[in-house]
Design a protein around this ligand. Structure first.
Ligand SMILES: Nc1nc2c(c(=O)[nH]1)N[C@H]1C(S)=C(S)[C@@H](COP(=O)(O)O)O[C@H]1N2
Ligand SMILES: [Mo]
Length: 365
């Protein structure tokens, strides 16, 4: 072990440097959603992406305690049974890791090397966070709300519990849920059993798993995951801009069939219905464009009818007359706030929010 590995700064891959052992180790623990699972409205259990910074803690639902304290009128403490008595709501949420797309950046930030598959959509059931905060009574001096998980580790030489903060307004208005069910079943261990926060529209880092504490504080939260890790920076050491909501993205379920090793794809010629999903954490999706000639010409895809309140992904399709030869398929999403996907998103040191348009090369046979 060298202290270099535990540098307080993130590292960028050298020119031409392949995926490192550290990145492989992360990729083998934190799996993505196979893109063919874009065909499901709700991602089936086990196919939803997973991202865990430290270890998955061994937890016990029977003795689990969630505390709500700090700048509140009445500190509260719940077991699972008393928490369930506070109410029950189900929300359909598309979660995406802020690092999705990182491995395609140049230079490549060394971290979890996602391509485009760090996404999934689930129905989360639990009690609205706003109801819990109102039950405790938010005091006037409360500024931020700090969520702490039961997992513990070291990151860039800082030992910590996994913690994230939201402002009081974000905590009350984001539609966040303290959830104990995923798709109608108790949370799987890797998704936060027995309790997690789910913040609709926000990149995944805000949705703290294995949630054990909600603390209201009278100043801006400056914990590692808010003030050091999830920032858009081009230079190490600059304060950067906080990573918050999910930028729009459209992904095609890869058509045809793949080669085992390379995953190059073969598509029989004729009419092919291209299908995919698009989402944004800022506003509902109102348009998806598809190109089958590497972005030379674009066509509007057909959008499925949807009730998009919770910003879950929206299905789209496009009928393509596939002619023999190699084709580069690409697509881009637009949302009601006017945000869209760039062909190439701006680079940043952490490799966050890279929503560059997907490119999928297929050989039509
Ligand atoms: N306690 C805790 N919560 C966490 C994390 C973590 O490592 N520990 N990872 C975060 C990140 S970076 C993401 S992208 C999402 C992933 O949620 P999922 O694994 O359920 O898809 O959980 C978030 N919540
Ligand atoms: Mo993430």
């Amino acid at each position: 072990m060298s202290i270099e590995q535990f540098s307080p700064k993130g590292r960028l891959a050298d020119t031409g440097e392949g995926i490192t052992g550290d990145e492989l180790q992360l990729a083998a623990r934190n799996h993505g959603m196979p893109l063919e699972a874009l065909r499901y409205d709700l991602t089936p259990p086990g196919l939803h992406y997973v991202l865990v910074h430290y270890d998955i803690p061994l937890t016990n639902a029977a003795t689990w305690q969630l505390t709500v304290d700090g700048c509140v009128e009445q500190p509260l403490s719940f077991g699972l049974t008393s928490l369930r008595a506070m109410g029950r709501k189900t929300v359909r949420v598309t979660l995406e890791c802020a690092g999705n797309g990182r491995a395609t950046l140049h230079p490549r930030p060394i971290s979890q090397p996602w391509l485009t598959e760090a996404v999934g959509t689930a129905e989360w059931t639990g009690v609205p966070l706003a109801d819990l905060l109102q039950a405790a009574g938010v005091r006037e001096d409360a500024v931020d709300v700090v969520f702490t998980g039961a997992d513990h580790g070291v990151e860039r030489m800082v030992e910590q519990d996994y913690q994230r903060g939201l402002t009081v307004a974000e905590a009350l208005d984001s539609g966040a849920i303290v959830a104990w069910e995923m798709n109608g079943m108790p949370l799987p261990p890797q998704h936060g059993y027995p309790l997690r926060l789910v913040v609709p529209g926000w990149y995944g880092m805000a949705s703290v798993k294995w949630l054990r504490s909600i603390e209201l504080i009278d100043h801006e939260f400056d914990g590692f995951q808010n003030s050091v890790a999830y920032r858009l920076r081009t230079e190490a050491g600059e304060p950067g801009v906080a990573v918050t909501r999910i930028e729009p993205r459209a992904l095609l379920a890869p058509p045809g069939h793949p080669d085992f090793m390379s995953r190059h794809r073969f598509v029989p010629s004729g009419q092919v219905t291209l299908q995919g999903r698009a989402w944004s954490g800022w506003a509902p999706i109102d348009r998806v464009e598809i190109s089958t000639d590497a972005g030379l010409t674009w066509h509007d895809a057909k959008l499925d009818a949807t009730s998009n309140e919770d910003l879950a992904w929206r299905a789209f399709s496009y009928d393509w007359q596939a002619t023999p030869g190699e084709h580069v398929l690409t697509c881009r999403a637009h949302d009601e706030s006017g945000r869209t996907q760039p062909i190439e998103a701006p680079w940043n040191r952490g490799g966050f929010a890279n929503n560059s348009a997907q490119r999928l090369t297929v050989l039509v046979t």
